[in-house]
Design a protein around this ligand. Structure first.
Ligand code: NAI
Length: 209
């Protein structure tokens, strides 16, 4: 398949989210102009993005919402479910573990691990927090595909190494660290700070106008 740029890939989840909302509101068909108004991308940008995967609109008809939603779901790999574990059951880890939306999207949390003896044995939802020393065994036994790292920066590389070594292919990293992983393992970083600092920049710019 043709190599798709990261910029396009980053826009796909946004299209998918809008299409999900349209479906929830029982809207079955949308013009490219309307989709452009909703997403903030130009109609030609949307067309170009989707053309990377074979183009889905029809001249004079626009897009079939359900069809495009299914196709984008497949493109994003959301037509399957993933087995995940979370490491670091502190404030952030608990918030993520408790969020139902990830489960609904097919990201099934099977295990939660921490190194603090006071946390081990407690439950989040129906999952008992395990000792991080047992991480490898659990990952292997349960064919875990994604590890969610919510530990402090210190120790996060060690967790990533251990996850990669026992076969985890994807790491969703919240620790403020640039993790090094072997080929074949993908890291997606989430740094809320960066988004917050962008907001700060835009506020400053607005005030200076
Ligand atoms: P926290 O201190 O409440 O929780 C951290 C948890 O990780 C604790 O329960 C601790 O026992 C556990 N832990 C530490 N080392 C571990 C190890 N080697 N193995 C297993 N468990 C370990 O901290 P909080 O507020 O939940 O933040 C967690 C991480 O997320 C920090 O790195 C923080 O900087 C980061 N963070 C990132 C955000 C983002 O946008 N990416 C937003 C907020 C926090």
């Amino acid at each position: 398949m043709k190599k798709v740029s990261m910029a396009v890939i980053r826009r796909l989840p946004k299209y998918f989210r809008y299409l999900s909302e349209l479906l929830e509101n029982d809207i079955r068909r949308i013009s490219s102009k309307e989709l452009s108004r909703l997403t903030g991308f130009t109609a030609s940008q949307i067309r170009q993005d989707l053309n990377n995967f074979g183009g889905f609109g029809q001249q004079g008809y626009g897009y079939n919402v359900e069809g495009l939603h299914v196709e984008l779901g497949k493109i994003l790999g959301l037509n399957k479910s993933y087995k995940t574990v979370l490491i670091g059951a502190g404030n952030l880890g608990q918030a993520i573990a408790n969020y139902k939306g990830f489960e609904d999207a097919g990201f099934n949390l099977l295990g939660i691990f921490d190194k603090n003896p006071k946390m081990i044995g407690l439950r989040i939802k129906d999952i008992e927090i395990g000792d991080v020393d047992d991480l490898e065994e659990f990952v292997k036994e349960n064919d875990i595909e994604i590890g969610i790292i919510c530990t402090p920066k210190y120790g996060s590389q060690d967790i990533a190494d251990r996850l990669a070594k026992c076969g985890v292919k994807g790491i969703w990293n919240f620790a403020p660290a640039d993790l090094k992983v072997p080929e074949g393992v993908t890291v997606e970083n989430v740094h809320l700070n960066e988004s917050l600092f962008t907001l700060s920049y835009l506020l400053k710019q607005n005030a200076e106008k």
